[in-house]
Design a protein around this ligand. Structure first.
Ligand SMILES: Cc1cc2nc3c(=O)[nH]c(=O)nc-3n(C[C@H](O)[C@H](O)[C@H](O)COP(=O)(O)OP(=O)(O)OC[C@H]3O[C@@H](n4cnc5c(N)ncnc54)[C@H](O)[C@@H]3O)c2cc1C
Length: 234
């Protein structure tokens, strides 16, 4: 399942491990039991686990995503270091990320905001109201002039034979990048909780909302229960 996000980004689940029964059977192994059909009792069990923070059974479900997002979004995303491995001492703890390399591949796409937001007055990190139309237009012109200059300069450096790894030093944070992110259901829920929250940046919220839709399709019962027990319904 692939969802377009922002003007040129996307998120796609390219692989996953397990289904709704995975969490059930991971918990029921304690009793030496394994189910093949999801029943009402399983719903109760999973609700109990989610409510009481018995989270380890939720870590047997894993999704591999292909993401295309602006670099400034990925910088925030990279702060989520817990993927499939949650043991602090493990060397593989944060090895669930791989990214396209601007040393190999010239950067092509840049995010262009269409609506400019004012600085929030009550949240030093956040945005407030949208800019009035006339100022929005002025912001757009500043952006367009800057980007034309940046893109031409980057191209010119490449044409002169400058290494891609060095030419990219002039590129701004709105450059699109592509990554693979593999994370457990629990880590994905943590991402959704933190990044759909209203103080998270609007752009990363769009990705978190798309992920919400994707995991709801892959693990409908478990996702629904998690959202209910953690107050994450829309
Ligand atoms: C609105 C917002 C604003 C932010 N602003 C900033 C900012 O200004 N600067 C900045 O640097 N970051 C900022 N962050 C990033 C934030 O501090 C977290 O690094 C990021 O959200 C990842 O969250 P996490 O640690 O829960 O995720 P993960 O790394 O996926 O961790 C998942 C969970 O695992 C557990 N865990 C992880 N590591 C450990 C550990 N070592 N020991 C014990 N338990 C652990 C925790 O329960 C954690 O919630 C911001 C985040 C948000 C949502």
């Amino acid at each position: 399942m692939k969802i377009d996000v922002l003007d040129a980004g996307f998120i796609e689940a390219i692989d996953h491990l397990g289904d709704d029964l995975t969490v059930v059977n991971s918990a029921r192994v304690s009793f030496g039991k394994r189910k093949t059909v999801y029943e009402d009792g399983d719903r109760k069990l999973v609700t109990y686990l989610a409510k009481n923070k018995h989270y380890s059974p939720f870590r047997h479900m894993v999704v591999q995503f292909h993401i295309k997002a602006p670099e400034f979004v990925m910088r925030q995303w990279y702060k989520h270091v817990v993927g499939i491995e949650t043991t602090n001492s493990s060397a593989t703890k944060d090895h669930a990320w791989n990214e396209i390399s601007g040393r190999y591949v010239p950067v092509k796409d840049f995010y262009k905001p269409l609506v400019w937001r004012q600085q929030s007055t009550d949240n030093k990190q956040g945005s407030g109201e949208d800019m009035p139309e006339n100022i929005n237009q002025e912001c757009q012109e500043i952006f367009d002039n800057f980007m034309t200059n940046v893109e031409e300069s980057y191209e010119n450096l490449l044409k002169l034979g400058v290494a891609k790894e060095q030419a990219r030093t002039i590129l701004p944070l709105n450059q699109y990048t592509e990554v693979y992110w593999t994370a457990s259901f629990q880590a994905i829920m943590n991402f959704i909780e933190l990044r759909t929250e209203k103080t998270a940046q609007w752009e990363i919220q769009q990705y978190a909302k798309a992920i919400k839709q994707i995991v709801s399709e892959i693990y409908p019962e478990t996702t629904n229960i998690w959202f209910e027990t953690h107050g994450l319904q829309e």
